[in-house]
Write a protein that binds this ligand. Structure first.
Ligand SMILES: NC(=O)c1ccc[n+]([C@@H]2O[C@H](COP(=O)([O-])OP(=O)(O)OC[C@H]3O[C@@H](n4cnc5c(N)ncnc54)[C@H](OP(=O)(O)O)[C@@H]3O)[C@@H](O)[C@H]2O)c1
Length: 264
């Protein structure tokens, strides 16, 4: 996908990888629609995009509010805008043990990370098909490829994305719909600070993993390269991604390692 002259919708654009990719795309896109629940961060991203000379429309959107998702998508499409690329980053993480986490918390994570993502795709896909095709990406995680302590529902929500988006691709590649699943390892963003604990409150700390991860800007460059090559899975990060290959090729070793990880 060549970004020149195209229209993209990026969710989770107020910070982290969504913001960094928006700024990269701003150099070539014709219009960027950016959304997030964080109004202040979103406005900051919008003004940085404008200063790069791109047109931007920013929309506060909570990905757990399915009515708001379909209303906003309907409004955008009825304004005559066709989305060439829908790149979804909005998501929340988790820091709590299975044994102590009420199912309501699991459900909240699934609603944002899975059902919200699915709802937005469904709202955009028919128009994308009738407009001749487009590109859809969703942000999983390396823990969308294997389980990890303290992340049970988060990991499950990311695993679910793989099944959904592979099916989406299988059904729609004949309509020129390209699908990429992003698989970040560790990227230095606020994702762990805003992760929720067993009470549904913010965890509030930057994990050592995130602290030592690559920057969001470096991640965005890896992502853009993968999107341009229309890769079906895009690994994003550094040496920590080795665990994805260990899980796939040496599952017995993965089980030994996973049970020894100290939950943080
Ligand atoms: N950073 C990593 O190491 C890593 C690794 C694997 C996967 N990921 C995934 O990468 C994606 C982007 O995260 P990031 O690392 O760039 O972190 P980030 O900087 O926290 O970005 C996530 C953005 O999503 C927004 N968001 C959260 N819940 C939302 C909701 N209900 N509706 C709308 N927006 C919402 C956040 O807003 P608030 O600031 O208000 O929370 C934030 O602006 C996420 O899906 C995450 O799971 C990240």
């Amino acid at each position: 996908m060549n970004p020149t002259g195209k229209t993209f919708w990026i969710t989770g654009a107020a910070s982290g990888m969504g913001k960094a990719l928006s700024l990269l795309l701003a150099k070539q896109a014709s219009l960027l629609i950016i959304s997030d629940r964080d109004r202040v961060g979103l406005e900051k991203t919008a003004s940085e995009i404008s200063s790069l000379g791109a047109r931007v429309r920013s929309e506060v959107l909570d990905m757990s509010d399915f009515n708001a998702i379909s209303q906003l998508a309907g409004k955008v499409l009825s304004d005559g805008i066709h989305i060439d690329g829908l790149y979804q980053f909005a998501g929340i993480s988790q820091r709590s043990l299975v044994a102590e986490t009420p199912v309501d918390i699991d459900r909240r994570i699934m609603e944002i990370n899975f059902f919200g993502v699915v709802a937005l795709v469904k709202a955009i896909l028919p128009d994308m098909i009738s407009n001749g095709g487009g590109q859809i990406s969703v942000t999983s995680s390396m823990v969308g490829k294997f389980g990890f302590p303290y992340r049970s529902a988060y990991s499950a929500s990311k695993h679910a994305l793989h099944g959904f988006f592979e099916s989406l691709l299988a059904e729609n590649s004949k309509y020129n719909i390209k699908v990429s699943v992003l698989i970040p390892g560790r990227v230095r963003t606020n994702i762990s600070k805003f992760a929720i604990n067993r009470e549904g409150n913010e965890y509030g700390k930057m994990d050592p993993g995130q602290e030592n991860g690559i920057t969001a800007e470096k991640a965005a460059r890896q992502i853009l390269k993968g999107l341009q090559k229309e890769k079906k899975e895009i690994l994003v990060g550094g040496s920590e991604l080795l665990m994805v290959h260990i899980r796939r090729f040496f599952p017995a070793l993965y089980y030994i390692l996973a049970t020894r990880i100290r939950p943080v």
